[in-house]
Design a binder for this molecule. Structure first.
Ligand code: ADP
Ligand code: ASP
Ligand code: MG
Length: 811
């Protein structure tokens, strides 16, 4: 025979309950089955919530009650077609609801809700659902679980009276019907006869008790997922089904929060060596999971990851605890005597410090009990009062293969460390099958994702991008990401997920990825945002593998980099402000990135998409030394000096540069060389020299006083320079030379100047707004390395940013 247990979602809707019927009828053709059912999904919670309303004297309990009645009525209407069956069932169900109504009314009137009453109230969920299923499945015989599942109270804790239960179960099911139907969860106190239960999620346990007592061939747990998975699929999108688990592994995972099986379920069937199968009611053909004693070695060092929220860590410590006799015995017995269970212990070898993990709701009581237990030692100063930290989470990685594989802890803690997650306590059992650790509650989701990604190698590597700035460069970048998305997924197993987009005024976020088709509309409709909001929102999302991409020119956004890097978020900047700011700031950003194991990249700061910084880095990494850099780095100035001619005076070239979008809105920023100075400073620093913007010698071609006053004045005065320029230009032209605004660095000394280059110079033929860089190094001495091409433009800059993103993805 088999025992089949169906959870709340399997009886929660018309379609699921009809699936259940098919599954059971098919199985029952082969052998007798016992079917255990939970309450309709959500009903146990609703029963409890309604009792709380009644307790508070809130009339709202009636509405909640009515919705429960209606939900059951609708279900019966939809699935029970035979009029007679339906009438009998309605009578039964309505009489149960009548009793329940009276109990609630009593609670409402006298404002009192004892444990006994609460237990009675929650029992109605399974009593109702099991009667419905028993009517639906023709020939099914309904049993009252209270008659054979017996509990007892010991030291304030309720537990199963296994001996009595086993005997009663054997007697009850001596002659097995083809289909027996049993409500899960509910039980009866063997002394008082009161209704009790096996704890939340306890229907699994009911089924296991039956399976073990009757030596079933298998215990099948039918639920709403494809089996036992590598992690909770509601948190980890890439979690997948584990086909085989040992009892011990399943036990470890369930004890640490894998809700799919209620922990006490495993022991009774494990003792009898009865396999447990986890199957999906919504996908009966799926392979599911088998839990049994021996499983094939599947190469993966760990099987699954699970977690418990709401952990409190209590630290028992003192100056001279070594002298206190029996500390551990006293900690554990005092807590056990007060019904507090400890699920994690970590002790330093010095014995001076023991940390124990308890549930948040037990924390206050545990602290009180321990302070009381060690009152004398605390008073005489040998120990400190208990210190409790709440709101934490415990994560466990589990797998029998850990015993045989070295380096698991290294991998575990390395992955967490790189993601900026700090570990508050660690425990590893000598069985080496479980490593558990405690983190801040707010780091839980990120920890699970990081670990799942590093241990289970999900199908895709994911990079989570926050893109700031949706002007020409940011806009183009988003377009490029959108058009390359499928290609990268297919060929590079990489998912570039844009999880945040910010304009100068608004910001939108979605940890599952934003829709890149209508982000502009979504931004418009979103709440206004400031750089500080943006930073806080990003840090609060706390996603692993995150990259902040700055496509703005904003000083305020550049000011966010430090805190982002400190929180293990890589930064890619098209914005030049940070890398050209005070050397100390530049250095600190780079060091922070290094320390945190993330990246700070800004390739497009110089020469847009041209691989200049990357090349300098590569040369230096291979041991080369950058001796000299000569470069034309301003597309605007190059345009101006290419345009200037007999019939196009200097002032006109500046005007054209502005009109054609080459220059900054205020062209003085270009003419003053500010932009070139910034770029030169960045290149010089990347070449390994320390330099500030003020250190750059400037030889400008527009007198200083033109840069004071308003832009209007500037435009008015500009033509006054034309005559002198024309005279110099003619002379230059006669000599066969051209002007180029050149940035130079030689052994760390820097200058920018308007230079005259002759026809044989590599800068002579530099077209339009192109950039060129000559790198003289130890290895490229006689013939410098030359990099040349478009030095400006949204598409090439966005492509450069994209290349930076890919360089991070490929690490
Ligand atoms: P039922 O009502 O059928 O008893 P539960 O809600 O108690 O179902 O348990 C199933 C749920 O357990 C799944 O929907 C899933 O969200 C959650 N869960 C947590 N961890 C795991 C895991 N490792 N594998 C599968 N499911 C898990
Ligand atoms: N209905 C009970 C609960 O929700 C028991 C179960 O579903 O297993 O906890
Ligand atoms: Mg369950």
């Amino acid at each position: 025979m088999k025992v089949l247990k169906f959870g709340g979602t399997s009886v929660g809707s018309v379609s699921s309950i009809l699936n259940l019927q098919k599954i059971v009828e098919k199985e029952a053709k082969r052998q007798p089955v016992i079917v255990v059912v939970s309450a309709l999904s959500g009903i146990t919670d609703q029963l409890i919530a309604t009792s709380q309303l009644a307790l508070k004297g809130d009339e709202g309990w009636r509405l909640e009650f009515d919705t429960m009645v209606e939900r059951h009525h609708k279900m019966i209407d939809a699935i029970i077609t035979d009029p007679h069956d339906r009438e009998v069932l309605f009578k039964k169900v309505d009489s149960l609801f009548e009793q329940l109504h009276s109990i609630y009314y009593g609670v409402f009137l006298i404002h009192d809700l004892s444990h006994k009453t609460e237990d009675t109230i929650v029992s109605y969920g399974e009593r109702l659902s099991s009667n419905i299923v028993a009517t639906l499945i023709r020939g099914a015989k309904w049993f009252d679980a209270r008659e054979f599942i017996k509990t007892e109270e010991k030291q304030g804790k309720r537990s199963l009276d296994s001996e009595l239960t086993n005997k009663l179960v054997s007697d009850t099911f001596e002659d097995l019907s083809r289909i027996s139907l049993v409500p899960g969860f509910i039980a009866q106190d063997r002394e008082s006869g009161d209704i009790t239960n096996l704890g939340r999620g306890g229907s699994d346990y009911t089924a296991a008790i039956l399976a073990a007592s009757l030596s079933a061939e298998v215990l099948e747990i039918w639920t709403d997922v494809d089996g036992f998975m590598t992690a909770d699929p509601r948190v980890i999108k890439g979690a997948y089904t584990i086909n085989e688990l040992s009892y011990a592994e399943a036990m470890e995972l369930c004890n640490f929060g894998a809700k799919v099986v209620y922990p006490p379920t495993i022991y009774p069937v494990c003792v009898k060596n009865i396999p447990i199968k986890i199957k999906n009611t919504f996908n009966p053909e799926g392979q599911g999971t088998v839990i049994k004693s021996y499983v094939e070695n599947n190469q993966k060092p760990i099987k699954g990851i699970s977690s418990i929220k709401g952990t409190t860590l209590i630290t028992v410590t003192g100056l001279s605890m070594v002298g206190v006799v029996g500390v551990n015995r006293r900690i554990f017995s005092s807590l056990a005597n007060n019904g507090i269970s400890v699920f994690l212990v970590s002790q330093a070898a010095s014995e001076n410090n023991t940390s124990i993990g308890v549930k948040d709701e037990d924390a206050a009581n545990a602290v009180k009990v321990l302070n009381e237990e060690f009152r004398l030692e605390i008073e005489d100063g040998r120990m400190f009062p208990m210190y409790a930290e709440s709101g934490l989470a415990t994560v466990a990685i589990v797998g029998e293969n850990m015993k045989r594989t070295s380096g698991i802890s290294g991998k575990l803690f390395g992955a967490l460390g790189r993601s900026g997650i700090s570990i508050i306590a660690i425990a590893q059992g000598a069985s080496e099958m479980n490593i558990s650790f405690v983190v801040k509650g707010s780091d839980l989701r990120k920890s699970l994702n990081v670990l799942h990604d590093s241990f289970f190698l999900s199908e895709y590597k994911v990079l989570n991008l926050f893109i700031c700035g949706i002007g020409t460069v940011g806009g183009k970048l988003i377009e490029q990401i959108k058009s390359q998305y499928e290609e990268l997924k297919l060929n590079s197993n990489l998912k570039l997920k844009v999880v945040g987009i910010a304009s100068s005024k608004n910001a939108i976020f979605d940890r599952d990825g934003l829709n890149l088709d209508n982000y502009r509309e979504e931004l418009k409709e979103s709440e206004p945002s400031t750089p500080e909001h943006l930073r806080d929102a990003i840090l609060n999302m706390n996603i692993f593998n995150s990259v902040f991409v700055d496509c703005t020119a904003s000083r305020d956004i550049a000011a966010l980099y430090q805190s982002l890097l400190e929180n293990n978020i890589s930064v890619i900047a098209a914005n030049k402000i940070a890398a050209s700011s005070a050397y100390e700031n530049y250095y600190r950003l780079k060091q922070t990135a290094l320390l945190r194991g993330v990246k700070f990249r800004f390739e497009t700061n110089v020469g847009a998409g041209l691989p200049i910084i990357g090349t300098i880095n590569d040369l230096r990494n291979s041991g080369d030394k950058i001796l000299k850099i000569e470069a034309v780095l301003s597309g605007t100035l190059n345009f101006i000096f290419n345009e200037i001619g007999a019939d196009i005076p200097f002032s006109e070239t500046v005007r054209r540069a502005k009109e054609q979008g080459y220059s900054e809105p205020d062209p003085r920023i270009d003419l003053s060389g500010t932009d070139v100075v910034r770029k030169l400073v960045i290149l010089t620093r990347e070449a390994g020299y320390k330099v500030e913007q003020e250190d750059v010698e400037k030889h400008l071609f527009v007198p200083d006083d033109y840069f004071q006053g308003s832009v209007e004045d500037f435009w008015k005065r500009l033509p006054a320079l034309d005559a002198d320029f024309e005279q110099r230009r003619q002379k230059l032209s006669n000599e066969g030379k051209r002007w180029r605004f050149v940035a130079t660095m030689e052994y760390g000394k820097t200058n920018v100047a308007l230079r005259e280059v002759s026809a044989n110079h590599p800068f002579y033929n530099l077209e339009g707004s192109n950039n060129i860089v000559l790198l003289t190094t130890d290895r490229y001495k006689e013939y410098p390395m030359q990099i040349q091409g478009y030095g400006a433009g949204a598409s090439v800059t966005a492509a450069g940013v994209f290349a930076n993103i890919m360089s991070i993805a490929n690490i």
